[in-house]
Design a protein around this ligand. Sequence first.
Ligand SMILES: [Zn+2]
Length: 255
Amino acid sequence: MSVRVSAIRVGRSKDVPFAAAVYGAAGDEKIDIHMFMFVIEAAGTRIVVDTGTLDPEYVRRHHPYAFVRTPEELPETALREYGFDPDDIDYVVNTHLHWDHCSNNDLFRNAQILVHRRELEYAMHPLPLHERAYEKLPGLQAPWMSAWDRTEALSREQQICPGVTVVPLPGHTPGSQGVLIEADNGRYLLAGDAMGVYENWNPNDWRKSIAPTIHTNLFECYETFEFVAGLDCEVIPSHDHRILDSALFRHSVRT
Ligand SMILES: [Zn+2]
């Protein structure tokens, strides 16, 4: 089966404490949190997974991150550089509705937006602690609402097309989900923030994986780790630049 996946970087938050990504991490190590959009081409279908952030000035105004973006990393520019027209995208999967995963949904005017039902419910009524992550703030419209009329709520595992299946991965948020890809060189999971960086995931023993620092249910985080271990796949974290070395993106060529 021919499946092609591209990882398109659309900016990064610089010098974020490592402890903000890996629960209980000690020390003052800093890392860059990379923002990616993924484009999957399979069986004549084009699917975008996560849509990134708005512009750096907006991000810095509303979030405590030193977010930067080169002109080439502007989402529409980057997509076209890779040969994709946003109008040709059939589906957008939001792994969850945190601000850095769904802020350009409206760019994909002809796409159906696939979000887990529990995520939509929580995005409307998050704990105060999580309101900023959903941009549920006075004077702001939550970013996922820009395409709410094209949004479909999923409540379970769902195949989008042969080789591409959305799977629930709760814990980071109530309705987190990932995308399982059957490529000709193996199985891969776009994991969203269930595993934001490689240090969240231990491929040899899921019990030694470490939950993301931001989570709504620690027990679900570990049920998700056990579930992922059973998928027998390579995990692709959402925010880790080292994913670009994965064989999944071997066919990813800029036009
Ligand atoms: Zn998140």
